[in-house]
Design a binder for this molecule. Structure first.
Ligand SMILES: [Zn+2]
Length: 264
């Protein structure tokens, strides 16, 4: 094990803090990171992705907010997937604050500026993993909260047909442009945080280009004529990933096949 494979949450700079939920798995890695966004001295905080329905986790998030001398004034959701939203009903009983994102509350405008106390938050539309995926940029803290669009380890799934590869590649380019302006910290929804968001995003862009080349090559090698094209491509291109994530790989392959049909 390398040191960064042990991730338990914790602070990222002085305005972001991850509380790790106890829902590890092949898709959630170590579990869902619930990010608390809070400027030191403020009496209000924002919470991103309360996560799975686990009372102990929700109480741990509230304890951490209280330890910072704050209360939750706004809940933000990066996208609708259950490992980010399952607890929202219970969370709404515990916290009297608006919830936005993942189909709740007022939808975000792209590049909308949100203020929580003295903290500035930019909501960036980053569709691709899902159609509703958003990321949050803290310009004063140089933190990028990426949900499942960019993870702390490995790569993410383009969850076809809700997600789509064309928008996903555009979203990576948008996030890279933000992260390349100044040194920016990466706050992903799964896996460890990173000091250099731009470098991680660049790796994602390179990975996507390589996978597309592999899918093109698989089609040229005969998979285009297979009875189940997506399955044939998964078995060839994703031979190196554990079989338990093949259903997710198939979803990503379907997204790539769609993308290649539209952009030969
Ligand atoms: Zn997730």
């Amino acid at each position: 094990m390398t040191t960064d494979s042990v991730w338990r949450g914790g602070p990222l700079g002085d305005r972001a803090h991850a509380v790790l939920a106890p829902n590890p798995g092949p898709m959630t890695l170590d579990g869902t990171n619930t990010w608390i966004l809070h400027a030191p001295g403020d009496d209000v905080a924002a919470v991103v992705d309360p996560g799975p329905l686990d009372e102990g986790h929700l109480q741990a998030v509230l304890r951490r907010v209280a330890e910072r001398g704050a209360r939750v004034a706004l809940t933000l959701v990066t996208h609708w997937h259950h490992d980010h939203t399952e607890s929202l009903g219970r969370w709404a009983e515990l916290v009297e604050a608006p919830i936005r994102g993942g189909g709740h509350g007022t939808p975000f405008d792209d590049d909308e500026r949100i203020t929580v106390g003295s903290l500035q938050i930019r909501a960036l539309a980053t569709p691709g993993h899902t159609a509703d995926s958003v990321s949050f940029h803290l310009p004063d803290a140089d933190v990028l909260v990426t949900g499942d669009t960019v993870l702390g380890r490995g790569t993410t799934v383009v969850a076809h047909p809700d997600g789509a590869l064309g928008p996903y590649l555009d979203s990576l380019a948008k996030l890279h442009a933000v992260a390349a302006e100044r040194p920016t910290l990466l706050a992903p929804a799964h896996g460890p945080s990173h000091a250099d968001a731009a470098a991680v995003i660049a790796t994602y862009q390179q990975h996507r280009a390589e996978r597309l080349d592999q899918v093109r090559a698989a089609l040229a090698a005969g998979d285009a004529d297979a009875p189940d094209v997506a399955q044939a491509v998964v078995e060839r291109v994703y031979a190196d990933v554990p079989r338990e994530v093949w259903p997710a790989a198939r979803s990503s392959v379907a997204a790539q096949l769609d993308y290649l049909r539209a952009t030969p």
